[in-house]
Ligand binder design. Structure first.
Ligand code: LHQ
Length: 257
């Protein structure tokens, strides 16, 4: 239920349950976890593109997928086992993750998109914090990411009202990187992933670490972290190559090491 395409230096992962708008069941979670772990472990893969098949990106949890009969399911357990590890996999991926939101992103589907590093969305796509509509709490990190992206006032209203946000509005609010015409989405997202795959991958991975830590660090702690991460970046062959290329006035040839 996840299509994996191995391209030149990067991978495209497509959520594939189009008749359910790519809503998550256990199988989709397992397939995506395996695909992300493989992408993380493959040194030749230097960027990941995540998208959805059909007219939706992801409608969140499959609300028809109720196991265990009439007893209320333990949704905390579902988050602990499935959604929380997924968000951690995306954030901790030591290479950039681009998300191409091809259609509606609802509930956990919206927040999983927002957990990716660079989010593009088709003009026809919408983001819906659908949780309030069914009595749930926004999850998959949304209560952390959304207020930081769009500010407290917008995040609160979106999460309490469950109203859709269209792609262009999401771009204007800084929720995503760019909204693009529907037919331009895949070419632009693929070009971005391909470009990222030629960049100094270790430096980008360290940059992700710094940005994630900044959510909770003081400035002083963050300065210490930047020192430590820069020390690591300064030892990479790609840094040496970047400097040489600059001084020799030629394009760099980064290897991702
Ligand atoms: C679906 C779904 C869906 C099943 C569309 N499930 N079939 C975490 C932990 C544990 C438990 C609970 O939740 C979570 C986190 C969450 O994600 S909670 C939030 C779950 N998601 C939602 O509440 C969104 C539900 N879906 C919708 O509101 C609409 O489908 C949206 C607004 C996404 C799209 O609307 P339309 O474009 O009008 O499409 P549609 O509603 O006609 O959907 C197409 C088909 O997909 C339809 O099936 P059908 O057999 O009638 O063609 C839907 O039933 C099915 N589908 N979402 N989450």
């Amino acid at each position: 239920t996840v299509l994996v395409e191995r391209l030149e230096g990067w991978r495209k992962l497509t959520l594939h349950r189009p008749d359910r708008l790519n809503a998550f069941n256990e199988d989709l979670h397992a397939a995506l976890a395996a695909a992300l772990d493989e992408a993380a472990a493959d040194a030749d893969c230097r960027a990941v593109l995540l998208t959805g098949a059909g007219r939706g990106f992801c409608a969140g949890q499959d609300l028809g997928d109720r196991r265990g009969g009439d007893a209320p399911p333990d949704l905390g357990d579902t988050l602990e086992r499935l959604y929380n590890p997924l968000v951690r996999r995306l954030r901790d991926m030591p290479k950039p993750v681009v998300c191409a939101v091809n259609g509606v992103a609802a509930g956990a589907g919206a927040n999983i998109a927002l957990a990716c590093d660079i989010v593009l969305a088709a003009h026809s796509a919408k983001f819906i914090q659908a949780f309030a509509r069914i009595g749930l709490v926004p999850d998959s990190g949304g209560t952390h990411t959304l207020p930081r992206l769009v500010g407290e006032a917008r995040a609160r209203a979106l999460m309490l009202l469950g109203e859709p946000v269209e792609a262009r509005q999401a771009e204007a609010w800084g929720m995503i990187w760019r909204a693009v015409p529907d037919e331009a989405l895949m070419p632009e997202a693929e070009a971005l992933a391909a470009r990222l795959a030629t960049q100094p991958t270790q430096g980008l991975a360290l940059t992700k670490q710094a940005l994630d830590a900044s959510a909770t660090n003081t400035l002083s702690a963050q300065l210490d972290l930047e020192r430590d991460l820069q020390r690591q970046a300064g030892r990479t062959p790609d840094y040496a190559e970047g400097v040489h290329a600059f001084l020799e006035k030629r394009p760099p040839r980064f290897t991702g090491r």
